[in-house]
Design a protein around this ligand. Structure first.
Ligand SMILES: Cc1[nH+]cc(COP(=O)(O)O)c(CN[C@@H](CCC(=O)O)C(=O)O)c1O
Length: 306
């Protein structure tokens, strides 16, 4: 059924969507100094349930601390606000976007005079790269933009300003007729996607770059590592993947809260494996969706029921 959203939580107040505004001299609007999260609530047989909320909350507070934000709300307050936001809008499933930002006071790079403000919004969001992509896979290109090195902007911090790199890489890919980009790091090895982590399957073993490759410490990445390990796969989670290995991989796939588990079927017009979703990818994807939609009791502590 049509689920419309009309409310946003702003620093303790449930605010009408249209009134959820900030001043144009808001620090984070000018300097990209906000931090954020992307979280999914899934419609399960036991009702709506937020997936790995605690881990996302951990990362939100860690990202905030890295940019000297002091979130004035406790975890419990943010959790209750989010659950209430979902209930108020009768959402069965949704994408949740917390944002912590330097607000309005004075401008200049230093945020020391600015308040740290917090908002939480949620809305229905389907398959990030398209419904058919989950089954058929996506065509990607290796971007001419490299991922900024983590010594330049901390890539384990989910900071809004870092997404200039993501936007440039992703828009370059879409401008060239592809769905998404794969971004190499300063050394020219595989880092991740603009909004996803990257996994490779070779000879039945699974590889994914580690934090040293200048990537976001993805929660779906960790979920897939746990699921694949429990399925009996050997997972190399600190892998160095050379660009050329993308072309010779048996299988490739993206992971992310928005992207979930999306197969990659071509890179720079070269077919990966059979040029469609690979068998290992399919097994992991199927298990992922069984888990998040609670068709299994496994990993139940990953869920916060609304
Ligand atoms: C750069 C990047 N790398 C990896 C990931 C996967 O991380 P995780 O969601 O914890 O598994 C994401 C999430 N990208 C979020 C924002 C997407 C957007 O378009 O905005 C998301 O998937 O919610 C990234 O933005």
């Amino acid at each position: 059924e049509e689920m419309d959203v009309d409310t946003i939580w702003m620093d303790g107040e449930f605010t009408d969507w249209a009134d959820a505004q900030v001043h144009v001299l808001t620090h984070s609007l000018h300097y990209g100094t906000a931090v954020f999260e992307g979280v999914r609530c899934y419609d399960t047989e036991q009702g709506p349930a937020i997936f790995r909320w605690e881990e996302h909350l951990d990362r939100l507070y860690q990202s905030a601390a890295a940019l000297d934000h002091e979130i004035e709300h406790t975890r419990e307050e943010l959790t209750e606000a989010t659950l209430e936001l979902i209930r108020r809008q009768d959402l069965r499933s949704c994408y949740i976007r917390p944002l912590v930002y330097y607000g309005y006071d004075s401008l200049g790079v230093s945020p020391e005079e600015c308040p740290t403000d917090t908002m939480i919004a949620c809305w229905p969001w389907g398959a990030y790269l398209g419904e058919e992509a989950l089954e058929e896979g996506v065509d990607v290109m290796v971007s001419s933009w490299r991922k900024h090195h983590s010594s330049m902007i901390p890539t384990n911090v989910k900071a809004t300003g870092a997404y200039i790199n993501s936007m440039l890489a992703g828009e370059e890919a879409r401008g060239n007729g592809y769905i998404e980009a794969i971004v190499l790091n300063k050394e020219g090895d595989v880092a991740e996607g603009p909004g996803e982590n990257v996994f490779m399957v070779n000879d039945g073993e699974i590889y994914t770059p580690g934090l040293a490759e200048s990537i976001l410490d993805g929660i779906t990445r960790q979920t897939v590592i746990d699921i694949a390990t429990d399925l009996g796969y050997e997972v190399h989670e600190e892998a160095k993947i050379a660009r050329g290995q993308l072309y010779t991989a048996d299988e490739l796939f993206f992971t992310g809260t928005a992207a979930e588990v999306t197969p990659i079927r071509t890179v720079d017009d070269k077919e990966i494996g059979a040029g469609t979703r690979g068998p290992v990818t399919e097994e992991i994807q199927q298990r992922f969706f069984d888990v998040v939609e609670r068709r299994t009791d496994d990993y139940d502590d990953w869920f916060s029921y609304v």
